[in-house]
Design a protein around this ligand. Structure first.
Ligand SMILES: Cc1ncc(COP(=O)(O)O)c(C=O)c1O
Length: 403
């Protein structure tokens, strides 16, 4: 029953009835989400609901967000630059008055490091993925998408006018079948994949994808949201470490994860940049990121170029954790700094996360629909400032508290 401001009573609206029922159902299936009470984040620790826990759920893979020295010297530089330093607002879209000179500096720096003709910065990876495909693909095109691609890619595909098919995760034979079936039927076929898959932590077979792209004349887009900072000598991602930077038509990177800032970018040939500036709705119809965020991204991007030691340590920690858990009999797919432990039922994943919290670790359960049914998991997302002892303690606790 709803009581209006004039005291009149009304039945609940049908939409409210449905929503309330749906929320109850989420609760009964352990799929109800709440925004957690996160307190201070301090290096590898995080305060959750008043307790200091080891942070195993951060995408700050290099620990750059905790680099007080870098932040301090940058802030000092801002102050010294007087009133003309980067502002906290862009006030409008980049196509109007929001295109602060720092955008150009950042895009030039990125394009230079990638050896690419151009780069374009966006407000987030979500904006990039929901904007690029709809801008480039027409109804005469086909998009082929890995089944485990991130929700932002799926949403971009939904908005785009093109037809689409999903190939079984990492099954490039299946992709090849779809490419063969599409031959001659479309203006252009687009293949879109992640490099490091965010839920399974496995690596896409980019070499074979490039081979298929050339053989079938397809356009290849690789989302390196979880690859940049971690892979490649300069942290430009898996595409860099495999020597494929020039073979991929569009590479997407994000600033909100290993680069400890906010926003995203794509590197591509100049023609595509020019076209996106003219047609990409999530670039045109949104207020640009504040210059202060763009300036900070430039700092962290430059800093991480030389962080080979941290990258190696992170990969070593990941192998140590994977090996330890596998030896103990856990199902641990993948091969990266994202280490999922598949536990099956939602209840098991939620229970294990709770047990770890009691022991001082912060790791989150991931449940359907984010992952397939009956593959609920704990997802460890490691950072380079963790210690080998932290991993030992985690493995020991997992074994002791296993369901
Ligand atoms: C593979 C992938 N792409 C894109 C995004 C979205 O990036 P952003 O958080 O910058 O919106 C994410 C975020 O989790 C992601 O995992």
């Amino acid at each position: 029953m709803i009581v209006g401001s004039d005291g009149r009573q009304a039945e609940r609206m049908p939409v409210e009835e449905d929503i309330a029922r749906e929320l109850e159902s989420l609760k009964s299936r352990q799929r109800y989400r709440v925004l957690p009470a996160i307190g201070v984040r301090n290096g590898r620790f995080i305060e959750v609901a008043g307790r200091k826990l080891l942070n195993l759920s951060s995408n700050d893979y290099l620990g750059l967000g905790a680099d007080r020295e870098l932040l301090g010297s940058w802030l000092h530089g801002l102050e010294a630059s007087g009133g003309d330093g980067p502002a906290f607002t862009s006030t409008s879209s980049r196509l109007l008055t929001g295109n602060h000179p720092l955008y150009g500096e950042l895009e030039t720096a990125i394009a230079l490091e990638y050896g690419s003709e151009s780069a374009l910065v966006f407000n987030s990876g979500y904006h990039a993925n929901t904007g690029i495909l709809p801008a480039l693909c027409t109804r005469h095109d086909l998009i082929l998408c890995d089944r485990l691609n991130h929700a932002s890619i799926i949403d971009g595909i939904r908005i785009a006018e093109a037809e689409y098919r999903r190939y079984r995760h990492a099954d490039l034979d299946h992709l090849e079948e779809l490419l063969e079936a599409a031959s001659g039927r479309y203006r252009q076929v687009f293949i879109v994949t992640e490099s490091v898959f965010s839920m399974d932590g496995d690596l896409g077979d980019l070499r074979r994808l490039v081979e298929l792209k050339y053989r079938h004349g397809a356009f290849l887009i690789v989302d390196e949201a979880h690859g940049v900072g971690v892979y490649g000598r300069k942290g430009l991602g898996l595409c860099e470490s495999l020597g494929l930077l020039r073979d991929i038509d569009i590479i997407i990177g994000t600033f909100g994860k290993a680069f400890a800032s906010a926003g995203a970018y794509a590197v591509m040939r100049g023609l595509f940049r020019e076209y996106l500036v003219n047609t990409m709705r999530t670039l045109i119809y949104t207020t640009a990121l504040p210059p202060v965020a763009v300036g900070w991204s430039l700092q962290t991007f430059r800093r991480q170029l030389g962080m080979q030691g941290a990258r190696q340590h992170l990969i070593d920690l990941s192998s140590k954790l994977r090996d330890g858990l596998r030896i103990a009999g856990f199902e641990v797919p993948g091969d990266s700094q994202i280490v999922p432990v598949v536990l099956g039922e939602d209840r098991a994943a939620v229970g294990m996360a709770e047990a770890l919290r009691e022991e001082g670790f912060h790791a989150l359960p991931v449940r359907p629909p984010t992952v397939p049914e009956n593959s609920a998991r704990l997802r460890f997302s490691l950072r380079a400032d963790l210690l080998a002892e932290d991993i030992d303690a985690l493995v020991e606790t997992m074994v002791r508290r296993r369901p």
